[in-house]
Write a protein that binds this ligand. Structure first.
Ligand SMILES: Nc1ncnc2c1ncn2[C@@H]1O[C@H](COP(=O)(O)OP(=O)(O)OP(=O)(O)O)[C@@H](O)[C@H]1O
Length: 227
């Protein structure tokens, strides 16, 4: 039996703008085991990024229950919101690695120091950071600062940060979205290779149908109601 990493039940999320209410996620449930991968697909605006944000605690659902490892967040039994935020922050520091569209790099640190910092914050050794950067094809850019490299290179640095922290779960929003085909293929290989070696879970949002077929599971958010 697969060891469960993530279990989501009855997730609902609406956004309100003025008098209008837009339902983005409606009664959504999913499960992910250790070592499993899930592709989130769906038209633009179908809620992929919103779901990823909820799964790492950066966005609050209106209703639903989320279990990540041993931590449970249940809208019916709201703990103090500060306490819940602290538990989410601890998960993001050590267990959940996020690669979002806007790479989260510290502008005052070189790419390598960004990766090293991420490893240390997660309680990992930082001696493999240069190696991760090499494997992602940005080894030569180690001493550059985030504003001295391209968007795709920043995205790969963000991936190196996630690899260095050795999380239990990786959440990636269009991880190859700004890369050319050749680089995207190399980065994808590293991502799946890491996942297989460390047995972590992977959820990725993508518009790339071929990338989605490489995952164990596939969830199409396109059918979610719009209003
Ligand atoms: N803070 C917000 N306030 C109001 N509406 C929002 C907010 N964030 C997202 N939305 C809306 O929620 C819907 C889902 O957005 P989301 O970014 O999750 O979609 P997506 O599937 O990731 O899109 P894409 O493929 O274009 O990245 C969209 O209609 C978006 O406009």
């Amino acid at each position: 039996m697969v060891d469960l990493l993530l279990a989501v039940r009855g997730l609902n999320k609406q956004f309100r703008s003025g008098t209008q209410s837009v339902s983005v996620l409606s009664d959504l449930s999913l499960q992910l085991g250790r070592g499993e991968s899930l592709a989130l697909t769906g038209r633009s605006g179908s809620g992929k990024s919103t779901l990823l944000n909820i799964l790492c605690g950066l966005e609050k659902p209106d209703a639903g229950r989320i279990q990540v490892l041993e931590e449970v967040f249940d809208s019916r039994k709201p703990a103090g919101s500060r306490q819940a935020e602290a538990r989410w922050a601890a998960l993001r520091r050590r267990q959940i690695g996020v690669v979002f569209q806007e790479a989260n790099l510290m502008p005052a640190l070189s790419l390598l120091d960004n990766v090293r910092l991420r490893a240390r914050l997660a309680g990992q050794a930082d001696d493999k950071c240069e190696d991760w950067m090499e494997r992602l094809g940005i080894g030569e850019l180690a001493d550059r600062y985030p504003d001295q490299v391209s968007g795709g290179q920043r995205q790969r640095a963000a991936l190196a940060m996630v690899f260095a922290m050795k999380p239990a779960l990786i959440l990636a929003d269009e991880p190859t979205g700004s890369l050319d085909r050749h680089t995207a293929e190399a980065v994808t290989r590293q991502l799946f290779d890491l996942q297989a070696r460390h047995g972590c879970g992977l959820i990725l949002a993508t518009h790339d149908a071929e990338l989605a077929t490489r995952c164990n599971h596939h969830l199409d958010l396109g059918h979610q109601p719009e209003t």
